[in-house]
Design a protein around this ligand. Structure first.
Ligand code: TXA
Ligand code: MG
Length: 352
């Protein structure tokens, strides 16, 4: 299959050429095809969420197992009715506060959404993205669009059209190239219950932000699991290895000079063990790497968690593509979007 490359003019997203690219992509979605498109988090691989045959193509292209549900993207509130059966008070509050934006709500599913989309679950993940290209595409298509991240299953999420092509060229109908994504990590996935909100996946919208607008308590899956220790089945897509580079990932915890010291030590150890070593190197750690053979990705400012999130996947991909066998990476603090960065790094480093 040939994959069409459609380009948005970054300098002028409203230009005639940009509009044509969006119209073309919307037509492909309308015809039951697959289109990768930028969102403010990562690139998604979209298909008409109301068309089971179209959604099947997403699973096939990504080699994604059928137990992992997809997020449905909507362009406006009117589309919400095609997707969700009912929406309660706290969910409304969250939509008011964070839509359009990087927040996915797990809501009671409308019967119009095929089972395939939710992997048989009763709730459907819904989000209204803020990225202007994503919004324009959704509105032009006129249907809700199911879209997981546009990478092969288990691989690193794409933050550029080039990343998408690396994984999916020849497997999907088109890539809508709208440049680099804004945040670099995925949306926060939240289930709103009668008494509390449960964060299924930490993301761009932080726990503190959610707590500020909802009435009930906010818990993570982990905390809930500890409370309901009896509960058996793991949630889809939440455990195991994910977002994974081929290289072994060495994560370095700590704080201040001690962490820099530990980091330098880990790099030395990897060098001595042989093989090619790559490092995710924030500015504050520059002094720590003196070895000349080490492949460096300049990650960004250590005190700027947004920047570290935005450049995380690009760095892992770059080091992986350079063929390193180990990647040494310092762990940011568990604060704000740092919680999401840590979650992705833990999963990328999980070798099970
Ligand atoms: O930022 C994002 O959320 C990106 C962009 C493209 O919107 N999408 C994304 O989709 O990250 P994906 O498929 O790579 O990750 C979605 C995850 C699933 O793996 C699953 O863990 C959770 O969201 N999820 C989706 N629907 C769910 C449902 N009905 N119940 C529980 N978890 C769900
Ligand atoms: Mg994904």
């Amino acid at each position: 299959m040939g994959t069409l490359r459609l380009k948005i003019d970054a300098a002028d997203p409203e230009s005639e050429a940009s509009r044509r690219a969006i119209a073309e992509a919307a037509k492909i979605l309308g015809g039951g095809g697959t289109v990768a498109f930028p969102t403010e988090t990562v690139y998604g691989l979209g298909a008409n969420a109301l068309n089971a045959e179209a959604v099947k193509k997403i699973f096939a292209a990504k080699e994604r197992p059928g137990w992992d549900p997809l997020i449905v993207h909507i362009g406006d509130r009117a589309m919400l009715e095609m997707v969700a059966a009912e929406v309660d008070q706290d969910a409304h509050r969250l939509m008011e506060a964070f839509w359009p934006g990087p927040l996915t709500l797990l809501l009671a599913k409308s019967p119009r959404i095929p089972e395939l989309v939710t992997a048989g679950l009763e709730r459907v993940g819904v989000r209204m993205p803020a990225h202007p290209v994503a919004r324009a595409l959704l509105l032009a298509a006129g249907v809700p669009v199911a879209a997981p991240s546009a990478n092969r299953f288990g691989r690193i999420s794409p933050t550029t059209a080039e990343h998408v092509a690396e994984d999916l060229a020849g497997r999907i109908d088109a890539i809508l190239d709208g440049g680099e994504t804004t945040h670099g990590v995925e949306s926060t996935v939240v289930e709103v219950r009668a008494d509390r909100c449960v964060i299924y996946r930490p993301g761009v919208i932080t726990r503190e932000q959610i707590a500020a607008v909802t009435a009930g308590e906010v818990s993570s899956r982990q905390e809930l699991r500890e409370e309901e220790a009896a509960q058996a089945a793991p949630s889809p897509g939440m455990g195991g290895r994910h977002y994974a580079p081929r290289a072994r990932l060495v994560l370095v915890e700590g704080e201040g000079p001690v962490q820099v010291e530990q980091f330098a030590h880990a790099v030395r150890q990897c060098e001595e063990a042989g093989g090619a070593v790559g490092v995710m190197l924030p500015d504050a750690f520059r002094e720590a790497v003196v070895e000349r053979g080490v492949r460096v990705f300049r990650w960004g400012r250590w005190d700027d968690a947004e920047e570290l999130a935005q450049r995380l996947y690009a760095g892992l991909r770059e080091l992986d593509a350079a063929g390193v066998t180990a990647i040494v990476c310092p762990m940011p603090r568990a604060e704000g979007i740092g919680v999401a960065v840590r979650d992705r790094l833990f999963r990328a480093g999980n070798r099970e």
